[in-house]
Design a protein around this ligand. Structure first.
Ligand SMILES: CC(C)(COP(=O)(O)OP(=O)(O)OC[C@H]1O[C@@H](n2cnc3c(N)ncnc32)[C@H](O)[C@@H]1OP(=O)(O)O)[C@@H](O)C(=O)NCCC(=O)NCCS
Length: 182
């Protein structure tokens, strides 16, 4: 039987989470476009993320539909960092813990792939994005790790006409907990 939205808890999302694949690229672009908040990228960019960066990205698919995804990568000179590029959850699935479940599952996978070595998660978040700030704040609290905020990209670097907010970076971690307990 399929779960309704009200039955979905963070733990209940586990069976629906997996690495992205090439056939997800179009759906990923649609989720971002529908969010009305995130900057859309080309299908080609999502293709690269869903294939070359599949090990550091995650999607949620339920009933044949993409419900959310996270794209991420290890910055080339800082492999201990998991940089989270975009996080999005379909409006119909928001508030069910999917964002947090994807972050937890991706962190666990990346730490397993890195043989349990510490990982620090980074993401830039606009000051006005309260849902995203709540997501990352809850993530840090759940794992008992520090969250610090530092300047990263000034608004003018993204849009000289003033159409973009600053993108300070949130640094969360390091995550060092025993993988068997996470
Ligand atoms: C941000 C986003 C991914 C969160 O996904 P979600 O699945 O709804 O989040 P969760 O249900 O896992 O909730 C995570 C935390 O955020 C809080 N939260 C969720 N939506 C919220 C909102 N609109 N306003 C304030 N807090 C919110 C939850 O209460 C929860 O807090 P807790 O951990 O203290 O209990 C989702 O709102 C989204 O896709 N927004 C549009 C795209 C976006 O802004 N992406 C992030 C850009 S960096």
């Amino acid at each position: 039987m399929q779960a309704s939205k009200s039955e979905l808890t963070p733990a209940a999302w586990a069976p629906y989470l997996r690495r992205p694949r090439a056939t997800d690229a179009i759906g990923m672009g649609r989720l971002v476009a529908d969010s009305g908040v995130l900057d859309p990228n080309s299908s080609y960019a999502y293709l690269l993320l869903a294939t070359d960066f599949a090990d550091t990205s995650i999607v949620a698919e339920r009933d044949g539909r993409l419900c959310g995804f996270i794209t991420g990568y290890h910055p080339p000179t800082r492999p201990e960092v998991l940089f989270v590029w975009q996080v999005v959850v379909a409006e119909s699935a928001q508030g069910t813990g999917l964002g947090g479940a994807m972050l937890d599952a991706l962190l666990h996978r990346v730490r397993t792939d890195r043989h349990g070595h510490p990982v620090t998660v980074e993401a830039t978040v606009a000051p006005s994005n309260s849902a995203s700030r709540a997501l990352f704040g809850g993530f840090a609290r759940r794992h008992g790790v520090p969250l610090i905020e530092q300047p990263r990209f000034d608004a003018a670097l993204m849009d000289p006409e003033g159409g973009h907010e600053d993108e300070p970076v949130l640094r969360i971690g390091p995550f060092t907990e025993d993988l068997n307990n996470s």
